[in-house]
Design a protein around this ligand. Sequence first.
Ligand SMILES: [Zn+2]
Length: 449
Amino acid sequence: MTGAEAPARQARRFEADRTWVDGVFRDGVAVRVGPDGRILSVGGERPEGDEVVRLAGAALVPACVDAHSHAFQVLLRGRAGGARSFQEWVDGSLYPLVEDLDEDALRASALLAFSEMARSGVAAVGEFHYVHNRKGDHEPQGERYAEVVLQAARAVGLRVALLRTFYDTADRPGRRRFAEGVDRAVAATEALGRRHRGDPHVRVLPAPHSLHGASAVMIRAAAELARGLDCRWHIHLAEQASDVERARALHGATPLAALEALGVLDGRTVLVHGVWLDPMEVALAGRSGAGLVSCPLTNLELGDGVGPVPELVAAGVRVGLGTDANTRPDVYAEMRALELAQRSHRRRMGVLEDRQLLEAGTAGGAALLGFESGRIEAGLLADLVALDLDDPSLWPGAWGDSAGLLHNVVHALRPASAVRALYVGGEPVVEGGRLTRVDLEAVRRGLGG
Ligand SMILES: [Zn+2]
């Protein structure tokens, strides 16, 4: 190099007609984003020299966070299904798919799932990745498949928290794609974490699969690793009523009490589902500082039941949302489903407030994955969505009072037409409703049509 330096990139200033700041839509607010992708200021200064992104007719909101996804499960689409129970679904749909997955299918399905997430306003995904071993001979693939999924998220432009699954129960054929020893799981997670350290777009978190998929030794190893890495760890817990019986049989306790008895339950623990928690466990979750990822559409789809989410929120549990089986990778739909399932279950209305639903789908999920995002606030990552106020799904009320527009966003928004742009770290990933980095037709070809 001759010493000539590239000019420092200027700040980018987003000027939408309406912006969600401090729990309210404000008009005419400027959001300045620095070259590092973080928000410099909200409101106030508008210096000369900023690159201005004028978003006329748009409302700027924090981008969604999808805190629990199994990307490959989009491949369950196009299959008739017909399962009458969760177990029939696992045995007849999920495991046959799992046994057949190869690297190309993992890549293609991840590109599809993440593309759809981006188009529905998701900037960060928690990918609960558990396919580690090769098709057929079940040879371990090291971190290879995890990297395939990770790179797919990066290709689309999303942040990704790789929830690297620990699984050591190989008592059935489908599970041989997942199963490995404790040492291998720890080493692979550490290696992935090392490789991506310092990348603001990637997190690597340990994720023992469940009380039935991971042994006590393995769950303890994952929790220990999370302490060492100073991050949270995720585990499926109490999804089905039968999980309570299984926990009693395996651990002699209800699911959350079992985690406590293992000595691993604390503020780093993130429970996925938590549908079948009793009142003692709700209080225990609150005391422990654990978080919860709720996946309402998947719970409805699989007939899991309706969990005590309002009670958990009242106990102080941080809640995020996940699309899990990805029948529809759309976090706005999850916000809505969370509230509607509660209403149906309790036979009343207004269980969770609109702002709590938006918070769960944005800042709540971000906190549980370890990303500093989810609010439009100086210092946080500029993960933003521009919603088109000319989209009929936001009418009437698009230009009305703040509470009315928020209600439309949470309960009526149709992302396919209303998400005009998605910015991740201030960089466009969706513009004019279209993905900027991947060609959907190529994604379709990768899926074989
Ligand atoms: Zn899951």
